[in-house]
Every structure is written in C-alpha cells, then in structure tokens.
Design a protein around this ligand. Structure first.
Ligand code: MN
Length: 233
C-alpha cells in the first residue's frame, strides 16, 4: 500500500502532521510507535514500520499486557515513517482533529526470527501481514515482549474487513496491570492536557467509550473527527 490515502485525507497547509515525503532508510532495527489520539473518540494508534512506512491500526481501548484481553484494532491507512515522532494538536475541521501523544515507542522484531537480519524479518512480517497474523516482539518503554496482531475475518469482504485484534502473548512481560494508566508521553513526559495546552488545543475526552458498533462506523468515529459533523454529499 502506498501513502496516497494518507495524503488524500489531509491538507498539509492546515495540519501540523508530517507530509509524506521520505521513507525510512535501511538500518539496524525496525521501529514501532503507539500514539494516544484524543479524536472524536479517544483511541491509541498502533504503528509498525514495514517497507519504509508505518502499518497502522486504531485501538479504541489501547494495548493490554494481559494475554486474556483481545483488543479491537481497526486497520487504517499507512502513515509516513516520520509520523512516529509526531506529537501535537490536529486543528478542528481537519481529518483526525484532536491531540496526539507519543505514548510508547521503540524497536520491534519478528517473533521467532529475532536472529535473522532486519531485511529478512521485514519480509517475514510482510508475509504475515498478508496472511492476517503478525507475530512480533516489542521493545518499548511501556510495551515489552511478544504480541500478535490478528485479522478477525480472514479473506472476507464483509464490514469487518479492517477489524484485527491486538493480543499479548504469554511471556515474562505479560501482566494484569493496566498499562494505559501510564498516560504520559515517552517523548516529552507531557500529559494529553499539557500537549493540548502547549499546541493551543483542548482535550475532548477523558475515557474511551465502550459502545459496540459495526466496524466501518466505528472507524469513521475514530478517524474522521470534525469531518463527520458536516453533511455528506
Ligand atoms: Mn488516530
């Protein structure tokens, strides 16, 4: 997938988000980021670097370290590699309007292939992504250990097409502590409120909503923000 959709949804004169210019260069480790996003509905954007871009999922409840939790993760458009350091407020009227925090970041590996080169791991990960079953080891400040990102309805064209699950695998890093209680930026140590204040925005939501909705509508609410308030043509 290219960054066409990412660019199409945004006006770079109006949002502080990075333009899709460069892809990541080959280097020693693949990176991941989790951004807490106070959009119409608070959610966490889980992003994995693959083929120079960030494969992305919106996770309404955020990640869990408990292997019994299956967290809904709606696949969204690829984001540019530079997006992983973005922290600030997307102004009202723009796609995804609201404040974004770098909640966690670090490197990651393909589970059971940690000894292989980054290039080979990337090939494995892309194949796993295609199959709808990505197995990874995260080395973040908050998220550590093995996780799976699994597609719910494999091969289907039903409304659940973008629905995946983010699940912690059992290992030493598994825990039943609520990791989302650690709610400061790993980049700047600021809270959402502080980031919003510093960038001239306001915090809209304090807790994620627990409504269950058909996947496409949920995705609309997660990502479209102010756009959905306007009548559609
Ligand atoms: Mn988002």
């Amino acid at each position: 997938m290219s960054l066409t959709l990412y660019k199409k949804k945004r006006s770079f004169k109006k949002t502080p988000e990075p333009e899709a210019k460069k892809r990541s260069q080959s280097k020693s480790k693949l990176r991941f980021v989790v951004q807490k996003h106070d959009a119409t509905q608070l959610h966490y954007d889980f992003r994995l670097e693959m083929e120079g871009v960030l494969k992305s999922w919106a996770v309404p409840k955020g990640p869990s370290l408990n292997p019994d939790d299956k967290r809904l993760a709606m696949m969204v458009e690829d984001h540019p590699y530079d997006y992983r350091t973005f922290e600030g407020t997307i102004p009202e009227g723009n796609y995804g309007a609201g404040t974004v925090m770098v909640w966690d970041e670090g490197t990651y590996e393909a589970l059971d292939h940690e000894k292989e080169s980054t290039k080979d791991q990337e090939k494995i990960l892309l194949a796993e992504l295609k199959k709808g079953d990505v197995k990874i080891v995260l080395h973040g400040e908050k998220l550590k250990g093995a996780f799976a990102v699994v597609k719910m309805h494999k091969g289907g064209k039903d409304p659940g097409e973008n629905a995946w699950l983010l699940i912690k695998k059992k290992d030493d890093a598994a825990s039943d502590i609520d990791i989302t209680k650690k709610d400061k930026s790993v980049k700047t140590k600021r809270s959402l409120t502080q980031i919003a204040k510093d960038s001239g925005g306001t915090v809209k939501t304090k807790t994620p909503q627990r409504k269950t909705k058909p996947a496409p509508q949920l995705l609309d609410e997660l990502e479209e923000g102010a756009v959905k308030k306007k009548p559609r043509k």
